[in-house]
Ligand binder design. Structure first.
Ligand SMILES: CC(=O)SCCNC(=O)CCNC(=O)[C@H](O)C(C)(C)COP(=O)(O)OP(=O)(O)OC[C@H]1O[C@@H](n2cnc3c(N)ncnc32)[C@H](O)[C@@H]1OP(=O)(O)O
Ligand SMILES: CC(C)C(=O)C(=O)O
Length: 281
């Protein structure tokens, strides 16, 4: 059985859900509960955003959790400096992968992406960071360019590649195919990060696992930008049911965490746990 690692992004992408802003105390509580639950990694935030994000990330990093605590960064040296200042050395660096993002969002070209990635990844490595690289909008990117980026990231010392279905436009058959291909062509560990615009985030995450992604990016209650992300509790239930993984997360604690995040986010809790609605204070 292939081991699976959950990379929780409730505190980063979860907080990008419309109307959600956790307090520092709520973030620390959520991080503690995620750690108690046994997730492998907690993406704690974006230090480049400044205070109070820095305060929250630094406080979480000081907890000395069993989970790896990481930060989200652009290919900007200042972002890495901000992460280091929070005491975090697990840096996730995101690069635009599709031409839509490269040309129309950032007004750059592919050469700029490769050179910026080399510069910022090597800066982070020189400062003792473990680096993972994220391919934003990978599902709309040219596959040959993805393979080129993955190879370059690996040569620069990145330990993992995050494939982001940023606008949630994959379906499970394509997801499995593309992850299998990327894994075979690059040999680098792959994390899948799915969005739920067509209601397929959980199905796509399951398909990515079947295609060879050992790292799965999820959020509690599936909260996240626009329609949200893959929900942790749905992914665990699906992997246990369909893949017989026997992931032994403590259901009582998970339920408490779902309620806590739902209340802090002013959202309904996950469908997995029934119809109760949690209303914000
Ligand atoms: C799909 C996603 O979920 S991506 C994650 C999104 N999350 C966030 O962005 C967190 C919220 N963001 C913020 O608070 C702000 O955008 C900050 C603090 C990160 C940056 O703020 P600012 O420095 O004011 O920049 P702004 O928001 O305008 O960002 C655009 C700049 O980032 C650059 N940029 C965006 N993405 C990247 C990237 N992956 N790598 C390098 N540069 C990037 C743009 O080229 C632009 O640079 P320019 O100012 O030189 O033209
Ligand atoms: C930047 C990343 C990982 C993201 O949240 C996305 O692309 O959806």
């Amino acid at each position: 059985m292939e081991k699976v690692y959950f990379v929780d992004t409730t505190l980063r992408d979860g907080e990008q859900a419309p109307g959600v802003a956790f307090s520092v105390i709520e973030k620390v509580c959520i991080a503690r509960m995620l750690d108690q639950l046994g997730v492998s990694q907690i993406e704690a935030g974006v230090p480049a955003m400044g205070s109070p994000e820095i305060e929250a990330v630094a406080a979480i990093s000081r907890l000395r959790l069993n989970a790896v605590v990481s930060t989200w960064n652009r290919m900007v040296i200042g972002d890495i400096k901000a992460s280091l200042a929070c005491g975090v050395k697990n840096t996730h660096i995101t690069l635009p992968a599709s031409d839509i993002h490269i040309k129309h969002k950032l007004r750059k070209d592919r050469f700029w992406v490769i050179e910026s990635m080399r510069r910022v990844v090597s800066y982070a490595k020189e400062h003792g960071c473990n680096v993972t690289v994220g391919l934003e909008d990978a599902s709309r990117a040219d596959l040959d360019f993805l393979i080129q980026l993955a190879g370059q990231a690996r040569r620069e010392g990145a330990s993992r590649l995050r494939f982001a279905d940023t606008v949630g436009m994959l379906e499970p058959f394509r997801t499995r195919q593309v992850i299998e291909l990327l894994a075979a062509e690059t040999g680098i560990d792959i994390e899948f990060h799915g969005h739920n615009d067509f209601g397929m985030a959980t199905a796509n995450t399951l398909a990515a696992y079947k295609g060879g992604a050992k790292y799965l990016s999820t959020t509690i209650n599936g909260i996240g930008e626009r329609a949200g992300n893959c929900s942790f509790e749905e992914a665990v239930a699906a992997l246990n049911h369909f893949e017989k993984l026997g992931l032994g997360f403590d259901n009582k604690l998970l339920k408490q965490l779902c309620y806590y995040v739902g209340k802090a986010a002013g959202r309904a809790t996950s469908a997995v746990y029934g119809p109760e609605i949690v209303v914000a204070n």
